[in-house]
Write a protein of this length. Structure first.
Length: 60
């Protein structure tokens, strides 16, 4: 990280963008897992409309 601090502001911004780009797929994975858990809960509660809607959202 000291190399980033020593460089110009433009390089620091580029490094931040690269980090965000690397981390963002993790957020997508987590949101998919949360949706999948909601689907399983809906199935357990026999709420078919809800589970079908969530499956549709996941398939987009």
């Amino acid at each position: 990280m000291p190399a980033i601090a020593g460089a110009g502001a433009h390089n620091a911004k580029a490094a931040m963008n690269a980090m965000i780009f690397m981390v963002s797929p993790l957020f997508v994975e987590v949101s998919y897992i949360k949706l999948y858990i909601k689907i399983l809960q809906a199935k357990k509660n026999h709420d078919m409309k809800k589970s079908l809607a969530l499956i549709f959202v996941l398939s987009l």
